[in-house]
Design a protein around this ligand. Sequence first.
Ligand code: ASP
Length: 431
Amino acid sequence: MKNKNVKDEKKEKKIGLTTKIFIALLLGAVFGIVLCYLIPDSKVKNDIIVEGILYVIGQGFIRLMKMLVVPLVFCSLVCGSMAIGDTKKLGTVGVRTLVFYLATTALAVTVALSVGNLINPGIGLDMSAIKTSASTVETMEATSLTDTILNIIPDNPINSLASGTMLQVIVFALIIGVILAKMGERAETVANFFSQFNDIMMEMTMMIMSLAPIGVFCLISRTFATIGFSAFVPLAKYMIAVLLALAIQCLGVYQILLKIFTGLNPIRFIKKFFPVMAFAFSTATSNATIPLSIETLSKKVGVSKKISSFTIPLGATINMDGTSIMQGVAVVFAAQAFGIHLSMADYITVIGTATLASVGTAGVPSVGLVTLTMVFNSVGLPVEAIGLIMGIDRILDMTRTAVNITGDAVCTTIVAHQNKALDKKVFYETE
Ligand code: ASP
């Protein structure tokens, strides 16, 4: 009973925060528009309000989000790879699942970049007028292919952590996780340390996210105060682009893969899996859907729990196709808004980093926005654009979470089929 109350309270809190962020977005937009069009330029308006209070609080919030990235990704990856290493007995299942997870994510980013370039959400929005904090604009130096490959290996992992060189951080975390799993009881203390530290980082994320309404208000009002009405249409276009790319991935890419690899009827699959998607949508939390997903796959689709009890939690931790779609569209949006040209090499970098960011994104609300800073940094985009899209992110978070877990379920069904652990009778004989 007490447990239930706690859960209800949590739910209420979550709904409260979403509404608050949305209200902050609207109020911020109205305040910004008033500042832009109705208040004449003066020292108080320009220097104290817009470039003073709004700038400091907005930037402060972005800095808090950036503070999370390295420890959050590091701990979540150590724990994730510990889980993979742990189940090495599953052998080929593990490898196949990983290949499917990574390939579908890379495909998802590609879909997102294509849709983004088709809809051009950031064109018509000139954010270059907005002052960006010096530390966030990092231009990439051109490096040769050989150096790019070598740069993946950290020569000093502490340095990589300190400078936030994400690829190196990821490699180091993966190695530690695998070794921890291999050592088992001998390294139990350290393994516990990482999983507890992971919990701490989750808690910290929740805390910082509870400040989001204030951050969003300041970021949005400063944006609108600087550029006025011209921000509305691009934001709507960004939203449409993300939703369209999510729909293509969920209803197109996944269903084609399902049909090709298992021969199952995609429409029937979606019908059966829909309640899980609705649950993911309402909670915006992949992790929370793990039990329901395993149950549904077992009872309605015919996937053996032997497979799904490994692949579904793993997917909820490392396979976030919906999240990487949002990140792909956000990259196009920000590049266009800041008038930054992205080359083919930049796009390939985005596909790589967004795929890895998806691995490092925890299955709880809003973390996709945190790991987005990593994707932006990889191609030198200013993270200020995140402030703008944050206001409308919750609804996209809900939608992408539904896609995230559908991706896990489709890959699981395919892998189960390949390992003769899919009972098609269950699929066709149950409702
Ligand atoms: N909310 C997402 C999930 O749980 C993660 C994110 O994109 O923020 O799958």
